[in-house]
Design a binder for this molecule. Structure first.
Ligand SMILES: [Zn+2]
Length: 137
């Protein structure tokens, strides 16, 4: 069950914009994330809100899990973008290196990944973990 977040409340991706004008547009299917980083942010917000359908929809078909169960005890609290390569408006591939902070049973944890994204039929899709190369920006 997706948790309700006020459209006017702050977006979980910490962009500083209201949810409705940020990742909310992508979750509702009104717009597609224009860059790999925008998709990464929208996916983080979807994890934070428990929006599994959005996560499956934006997973590349070659790596998409058949089922996706979100851990309801895991609360995603903060996203840090560490670096990126490609992934812009006219790119077809890109990577975004990030740290996603969460809390489970009042313990803080962090998931760190360099994610690979590809454009498929004009839409950015998450392909999976990419090797960490030299830090690029
Ligand atoms: Zn957002």
């Amino acid at each position: 069950m997706a948790q309700r977040t006020a459209q006017a409340g702050p977006c979980p991706c910490a962009s500083g914009q209201p949810y409705g004008a940020c990742c909310g547009r992508y979750h509702r299917g009104e717009a597609s994330p224009p860059t790999a980083e925008a998709l990464l942010r929208a996916r983080f917000s979807a994890f934070a809100l428990g929006d599994a359908p959005f996560l499956r929809r934006t997973w590349h078909r070659s790596t998409r899990p058949t089922t996706l169960e979100l851990d309801r005890g895991q609360h995603w609290t903060r996203l840090e973008i560490l670096g990126r390569t490609g992934g812009a408006l006219f790119d077809t591939e890109g990577t975004v290196d990030f740290r996603a902070h969460y809390r489970v049973n009042s313990l803080d944890g962090v998931q760190s990944e360099n994610s690979a994204f590809v454009r498929d039929g004009g839409e950015w899709r998450y392909r999976g973990r990419a090797p960490r190369g030299p830090v690029a920006r």
